[in-house]
Design a protein around this ligand. Structure first.
Ligand SMILES: [Zn+2]
Length: 81
């Protein structure tokens, strides 16, 4: 099937013919979003080690004393000020 044939078929369709595909696509995207959103969310809050959750308040060494993960000492996010 060529591109011109596909366009001709789509032009002859009623606009609502594609509605079920749109609904299924939106539902599939919604399900996928909720399936993976927790996977990519940070496990620990601000001021905590990204790897183990250790409280890094006041730590200026640049390294987590619990697990050894490096971080940028003194870096604060706007809502931590
Ligand atoms: Zn750590």
């Amino acid at each position: 099937m060529t591109g011109a044939q596909t366009v001709a078929i789509l032009q002859g369709m009623h606009p609502l013919t594609l509605l079920p595909f749109l609904v299924v696509g939106v539902l599939l995207a919604w399900v996928l979003y909720y399936a993976v959103k927790d996977h990519f969310a940070p496990k620990y809050g601000p001021g905590q080690c990204r790897q183990c959750g250790y409280d890094l308040t006041g730590n200026v060494s640049g390294r987590c004393p619990e697990c050894g993960k490096r971080f940028r000492a003194g870096t604060r996010l706007p809502w931590e000020l």
